[in-house]
Design a protein around this ligand. Structure first.
Ligand code: GTP
Ligand code: MG
Length: 297
């Protein structure tokens, strides 16, 4: 009999949830950046060990925060729904920052949403922390209400993953696999491509801009000559943001496009022609219709 189930990831923005999902899945399914609130959509990464007979569907979620607009409200509601439906919860803590009020707030919220679900706690970024500090943060994590077990690790270095994955595989219920074993993510191709473009925007812009930018892939065209044409819009909220995105003489958007094209080629396994159009859409973060179209539920 196989085991299969959903693991919902919770934690403060920037704790390393997406990095951990990618490490466990062994593929670049969720985008990562050093900006808080990188993740906007719930993305499922699928990890399967056919020989051992288990499948973990890891639901990467936005970092928990206070909602400010329709976008962040949707993100927050989605987190609560996903956590309520998970077979196990993985609370990710930024070990470099230590356990703080935000982590206590989240662990309390987890108990309220789903008190019967096991909660494992991953204390992450320990590659950046001394041994003495590691001991302190691990015991602080163990004392969080509702946390059943604590796992020290570094998602970025890929250290400490094995015991955590083994434990999760024991916790999910018996049942058939929910995805074909070779599948790595449930995200529709257009959204995945748009996210890879957005990752490059986040890496090449500063301060407030990242939160104001969204990417929409409008058309993907596989041409007979083996080239894939990808047409995407980069949405900003103001003309000045648009100017920053484009850069002097178009330098920045060109840089973003070159880096994004390389990522798309890796993802699609073909050569890619990427057409990026920067557009202004005032207050897009409050525009429920656009959020629907962008697949942010
Ligand atoms: N040194 C170190 N950095 C890490 C580790 N894990 C993640 N990071 C870095 O931390 C930053 C945030 O990582 P993400 O995976 O995007 O964090 P997240 O929790 O998904 O963030 P949100 O989506 O904003 O909630 C990135 O710059 C990662 O490279 C780790 O184990 N060690
Ligand atoms: Mg994330």
């Amino acid at each position: 009999m196989t085991r299969a189930g959903f693991v919902g990831l919770a934690g403060r923005p920037n704790a390393g949830k997406s990095t951990l999902v990618n490490a466990i899945v062994g593929a670049h399914v969720a985008i990562v950046s050093d900006r808080p609130q990188t993740t906007r959509r719930a993305i499922r990464g699928v990890a399967t060990d056919e020989a051992a007979g288990w499948q973990l569907v890891m639901t990467d979620l936005p970092g928990v925060q206070r909602p400010r607009d329709a976008l962040t409200e949707r993100m927050q509601r989605r987190v609560e729904r996903e956590i309520a439906d998970s077979d196990a919860v993985l609370l990710v803590i930024n070990g470099e920052q230590g356990v703080g009020p935000g982590d206590r707030f989240i662990s309390k919220a987890l108990l309220a949403v789903n008190a019967d679900t096991p909660v494992l706690c991953a204390v992450n970024k320990l590659d950046r922390v001394s041994d003495a500090e590691t001991a302190a943060v691990l015991s602080a994590a163990a004392e969080l209400g509702g946390v059943d077990e604590v796992f020290p690790l570094s998602a970025k270095a890929g250290e400490g993953l094995e015991p955590l994955v083994q434990r999760l595989a024991e916790l999910v219920p018996e049942g058939p696999f929910m995805f074909p074993p070779e599948q790595r993510s449930d995200v529709p191709s257009e959204v995945q491509l748009a996210e890879l473009v957005r990752e490059q925007v986040l890496r090449r812009t500063r301060e407030e801009l990242p939160h104001a930018v969204e990417v929409e892939v409008e058309e993907v065209d596989e041409r007979d000559d083996g080239l894939t044409e990808v047409h995407a819009k980069v949405w900003a909220e103001t003309e000045s943001q648009k100017g920053i995105l484009i850069g002097k003489g178009g330098a920045r958007i060109k840089e973003i496009g070159t880096a994004a094209r390389a990522e798309l080629e890796r993802e699609l396994g073909t050569r890619v022609f990427l057409d990026l159009q920067v557009r202004v859409r005032p207050r897009w973060r409050r525009d429920e219709g656009l959020l629907d179209r962008l697949g942010i539920e």
